[in-house]
Structures are given as structure tokens and as C-alpha cells.
Design a binder for this molecule. Structure first.
Ligand code: 6PG
Length: 243
């Protein structure tokens, strides 16, 4: 399915649209399947969206929160994606603790943590080890280098296609990340990207041909799901023709 590109004058309009789309997908998932599974992005861009979700009146018992990636730090660390979402959103709503599924980061071996999360996903979705689960919503950000989740350029994680979760690597710092096949199995992917420093990566991601190893977000092409890019004017400047 062709990606949808929406460009907004500023970040607040982008966040308002991201909220509307997320709420619509949550409602649709619960109506159709009795629950909604959403994998969150880290970084800075989605924080205002999480703050908006914190003031919504939703059936929290039917919503399950996962992460698309995590820095390999404790949840109390300012770098933690789970910590950011908890402070901005999850600590402020009546979501059952068992509905929040953070990526483990306590093992000395990140590969062991990736395996634990993979097993948790298989158990939750009942998929076993040879079927990739379909998250209802996956929120993704974009780095200036074209990375998304913790799929960084020219790293081994880009090639992992036989499991749900693997170890990412940013400047020799371990990360935990969902793999490309899991991301591409999503029913709805929302990319949120702002800032002129994302223009180059976006140009390459949308180019007819470019190196996906150099710009890993090119690998995100949902098999059956919807892919929407929500950009502010600064990031979206080179993509006017795609709107
Ligand atoms: C992370 C993210 C990462 C992020 C991009 C964009 O753990 O950092 O998941 O993929 O989405 O780096 O980050 P910003 O939103 O801060 O630009």
C-alpha cells in the first residue's frame, strides 16, 4: 500500500493529527478484536502525543502497550523510552500494570533481554516462533541518519528476519528493537518526524532507489497495513509531491 504523507505547519498540528489517527485506530482495534496493541516510539517527537493520550477517556483495560525499541538502561534512566512514556502518559491513566509490556534491560546480556521480550510477544500474541504478530499500531520516529526504532545504518539488526526482537546498536551502545518483519506486519504504522535535519533522510527514504542499509527506514513497508508519515513543514519540505 502506498504510504500516505501529511505535512503540517507546525508540531502542534502534527501531534493533533497523530492523536486523532491513534484514537481512531484504538477504537477500531477494540471494536474489531476486543483489544488494542500499540508499540511506542522513543525519542522526543512523540512525547506531546503521549501527554495528549494521558488526558483521554479510553477503555484502558483493553489497551496493551509495548515498545518498538529501548535504550539499554533502567526505566529510571532519563534515556529510557519506557520511562519517558510512563512519565508523560502511563503513570497518569488507569491502565492495568499487566497491560504495560516494557522491554527488559536488566540482564547483563542484551541478547538475553531481546530473547525474553521475543518470548513475551510470542506468548501474548500466541504466534509461536515462526509467525510474526500484527500490532494494531506501531509509532515510529526517524533519526537524521535514516534510522527508525533502533535499526541503525549498516548494523546487523537490519538483517534479522527470523525473530521478533533483536539487539540494535547505536555507536556501540546496545539497544533492544523490534525487527523489520514485525514492524512490517503492523496493521497501522504512524511515522512522526519533525525538523529540517530529517530532510536528507526523508529524501533518500522516498527516492526511487537508495541504499536501505544506509537509510533503514526504507525497509518499513507494511505488508497489509497502513503507513502514514506525519511531518512538520521543516521535515516535509522535500516531500511536497507525495502529499
Ligand atoms: C529512540 C527512538 C528512535 C527515535 C528517533 C527520532 O529510542 O531514540 O525510538 O528511533 O524515534 O531517533 O528521535 P526524535 O523523535 O528525538 O527526533
Amino acid at each position: 500500500m502506498k504510504p500516505k504523507v501529511e505535512i503540517f505547519a507546525d508540531r502542534s498540528q502534527l501531534i493533533a493529527r497523530a492523536l486523532a489517527l491513534t484514537l481512531a485506530e484504538i477504537k477500531d482495534a477494540i471494536a474489531q478484536r476486543g483489544r488494542c496493541t500499540i508499540a511506542l516510539a522513543g525519542g522526543n517527537t512523540p512525547k506531546p502525543l503521549y501527554e495528549q493520550l494521558a488526558i483521554q477517556d479510553l477503555p484502558w483495560q483493553a489497551i496493551h502497550i509495548f515498545w518498538g525499541d529501548e535504550r539499554y538502561v533502567p526505566i529510571s534512566d532519563p534515556q529510557s523510552n519506557a520511562g519517558m512514556a510512563a512519565n508523560a502518559w502511563l503513570n497518569h491513566v488507569a491502565i492495568p500494570p499487566e497491560n504495560i509490556h516494557p522491554m527488559p534491560t536488566h540482564s547483563a546480556d542484551p541478547a538475553e533481554s531481546a530473547q525474553i521480550y521475543d518470548q513475551q510477544i510470542q506468548t501474548f500474541f500466541g504466534t509461536g516462533s515462526n509467525v510474526f504478530p500484527s500490532f494494531d499500531i506501531i509509532l515510529l520516529g526517524l533519526g537524521p541518519d535514516g534510522h527508525t526504532a533502533s535499526l541503525f545504518p549498516h548494523t546487523a539488526a537490519l538483517q534479522v528476519c527470523d525473530r521478533n526482537v533483536t539487539v540494535g546498536n547505536k555507536d556501540d551502545q546496545p539497544r533492544i528493537t523490534l525487527t523489520v518483519p514485525v514492524l512490517n506486519q503492523a496493521r497501522c504504522i504512524l511515522f512522526l518526524a519533525t525538523g529540517a535535519n530529517k530532510q536528507e533522510a526523508l529524501t533518500q527514504i522516498f527516492a526511487k532507489s537508495a541504499d536501505s542499509a544506509q537509510y533503514p527506514a526504507r525497509l518499513i513497508q507494511p505488508i497489509n497495513g497502513k503507513l502514514t508519515w506525519l511531518l512538520d513543514a521543516a521535515a516535509g519540505e522535500p516531500l511536497q509531491e507525495y502529499v
